[in-house]
Design a protein around this ligand. Structure first.
Ligand code: SF4
Length: 651
């Protein structure tokens, strides 16, 4: 039997799928062509769900730790026994010191159903939660402040663009369906420019490639603005009528001469002129901005400066134009949640390890997260997890973090529960149907929290069961007028969906215009104008982590079909740097700083700048042990970039 479905990985795609189920097992997965954004194209991760759900590492029983924390030695226990133990330990800590209970939820499984935890923890006497973000929050905040919302034209509208500037994104690896639309625009004559810290896999589709030094994108963007303004090539009518703060911006941007930008970014000034000329002469112009851009210390200001380029040349609110970052045009999916009944406090995600110690956390519950691999300063976190008296993880595998758990509760995997999803790239609403029963003793979070609530004397009926009534409730609460039967037919667009955003040129900002100058930046202690600051990373090399094609963060490290074909961990290093250090292609090297060191194979190349080292994330190495925990300028995102390291040959 065939079912329409959706991939809930934390990925631009949000792919619509078709699943074939036989005798209670998924036997085939393919893309659903009815989604105009993804067109039935899915990546390897989508095809690997069969290995993910049924492979040797999938948890089917609850586990109890028998060895030292972190060693990953467990024995199987019944789910009832595991739930009894977890409920007892949370109750004990609630009696003594409610705030010493820490809850942490990751983005391991996107969707609405996983958020039912709210109605469990909010019944507790108190708890500590984790605030801040690992992903895109600085850019989101930048766009809310600059445009008043985070939206872009339909993915397929890209094909109407005549100039596409891809800045800090590698769609050939991380958004393969977007590349299809880019290629189609190119076939129709569009020019494509790639600006990135290396010549990525997307470079071969670009007419012009620019590789600035990491962390200097803001200076480069300001120099492009300056060139366009100084040469009177901007759209005066658009700027005068639909933007705010331009005169102050114009004064500030004068500091960014071509010579200054060349010195800072190491991009020849002729190339800066070339891209500025393209932007000022070709319309419609779309700028696609990746998430990595805002994982710099100045991430928010950088996204602001980039997002203002389409506004400067009046390429906003039109077909084929605009700024693309994340797309919130799709309707919000809301879950009715209850408010906390007692006290709570937060700890910053960038500082989780130290904060666990400082705040005296005794008991911790982690849902769908692997912070030991995904969060900064991971060695501090490992040490902190060892000291927690009782750690429970809800997961589908024994992740690197779960190795520190006292109890692991086996979670229902993708397609084993009901949910309704939206993507952060395309505008569809999609049903995630429960097409097979959870394997073994694994159960959905909804049931986990209901069972715990029952054992703890809380009201389990406040936590919705995972069924189709739950989906209907979410749709009703979100004011989306669509039936389950309609959703079963495939991806759904609401009737009022408009493919072009900001068509009316009205913006939900204090001025009602796009804001070159943002007064709201002051609340973050930042200048109202995007001003570049030079950073001096300690270490001769700058470390950059990039996303991989075949894994989502650390999520596929336990999937047999991926694991068995995975290369030994590697990093890209400039060939001249490697020669100077006596490191040959394929040899091992050590990357180190004051926090930690990791050993990987060198891939020598001229696609990476001198004094930069690029490590694909999602390999089986402690990459984040090298990352100091720091926030970005705005939005409380994690600044994974601007990290200094040294390199030596492995002897
Ligand atoms: S991981 Fe991303 S691209 Fe791959 S199938 Fe899932 S949503 Fe699509």
């Amino acid at each position: 039997m065939k079912f329409k479905a959706v991939c809930p990985r934390d990925c631009y795609g949000g792919c619509s799928l078709i699943l074939e189920v036989e005798a209670g097992r998924i036997v085939k997965i393919e893309g659903d062509k009815e989604n105009r954004a993804t067109e039935g194209i899915i990546c390897r991760k989508g095809f690997e769900y069969i290995s993910r759900n049924y492979g040797r590492n999938r948890l089917k029983k609850a586990l109890k730790r028998v060895g030292d924390k972190g060693k990953g030695e467990f024995k199987e226990i019944s789910i009832e026994e595991a739930l009894d133990e977890v409920a007892k330990r949370i109750m004990e800590v609630q009696e003594k010191d409610p705030l010493s209970f820490l809850f942490y939820k990751g983005a391991g499984e996107l969707g609405t159903a996983s958020r039912v935890y709210n109605n469990f923890i909010n019944q507790l006497k108190g708890y500590t939660y984790v605030y801040g973000d690992l992903c895109s929050a600085a850019g989101l905040e930048a766009l809310k402040l600059t445009y008043g919302s985070v939206e872009h034209n339909a993915p397929w509208d890209l094909e109407k663009s005549k100039l596409i500037v891809i800045w800090g994104k590698n769609p050939a690896n991380t958004n393969i369906q977007e590349l299809v639309h880019i290629k189609r625009a190119k076939e129709k004559g569009a020019k494509v420019v790639l600006i990135d810290i290396r010549r990525s896999e997307t470079a071969k589709y670009a007419d012009l490639v620019i590789t600035p030094e990491v962390g200097t994108d803001l200076a480069l963007a300001m120099a492009i603005h300056n060139y366009i303004i100084q040469n009177n090539k901007y759209d005066v009518n658009f700027v005068n009528n639909y933007t705010y703060g331009f005169n102050e911006f114009k004064l500030e941007v004068q500091k960014y001469s071509l010579e200054y930008a060349q010195e800072v970014t190491k991009v020849p000034k002729e190339k800066i002129v070339e891209v500025a000329e393209l932007i000022s002469n070709i319309k419609p112009f779309t700028l696609i901005c990746g998430f990595g851009i805002q994982r710099q210390i100045q991430g928010g200001q950088t996204v602001r400066a980039l997002s203002l380029l389409p506004a400067l040349v009046g390429s906003v609110g039109i077909e084929g134009g605009g700024f693309r970052y994340s797309n919130h045009t799709r309707p919000r999916l809301n879950l009715k949640t209850i408010k906390p009944i007692k006290n709570t406090r937060g700890i910053n995600v960038v500082n989780m390890g130290q904060a666990i110690k400082d705040k005296g956390i005794k008991c911790m519950l982690i849902q769908a997260a692997n912070p030991v691999m995904s969060n900064p300063n991971s060695n501090a976190l490992r040490e902190a997890l060892k000291e927690i008296e009782f750690l429970v993880c809800i997961d589908t595998v024994v992740s690197e973090t779960a190795k520190y758990a006292d109890i692991i509760l086996p979670a229902a995997a993708t397609f084993e529960y009901y949910d309704v999803l939206r993507s952060y790239w395309h505008p569809y609403i999609m049903l995630h149907e429960k097409v097979v029963e959870p394997l073994g003793d694994s159960i959905h979070e909804s049931r986990i929290y209901r069972e715990l609530a029952d054992r703890m004397g809380l009201n389990k009926d406040l936590i919705p069961e995972n069924n189709l009534e739950f989906i209907e409730e979410v749709l009703k609460y979100s004011k989306i007028n669509v039936s389950i039967d309609t959703l079963r037919k495939g991806p759904y667009l609401t009737e009022d969906y408009c493919e072009v955003v900001y068509k009316d040129l009205k913006f939900n900002t204090p001025s009602g215009k796009i804001e070159f100058k943002v007064d709201g930046m002051k609340k973050w202690g930042e200048n109202e104008l995007p001003i570049y600051k030079e950073f001096d990373e300690v270490g001769p090399f700058k470390l950059i982590s990039i996303h991989s094609r075949d894994v989502t963060n650390s999520q596929y490290l336990n999937i047999p079909s991926i694991l068995d074909t995975m290369e030994e961990p590697y990093a890209y290093i400039n060939k001249d740097d490697a020669d100077r250090l006596g490191i040959n292609h394929g040899e091992k090297m050590i990357i180190f700083n004051s926090l930690s060191s990791i050993t990987l194979r060198a891939k020598t190349t001229y696609d990476v700048r001198r004094e930069h080292v690029v490590v694909p994330f999602g390999q089986n190495i402690d990459l984040n042990s090298l990352i100091e925990g720091r926030n970005t300028d705005i939005g409380l995102c994690t600044a994974f970039h601007n990290i200094g390291v040294n390199i030596k040959k492995f002897e």
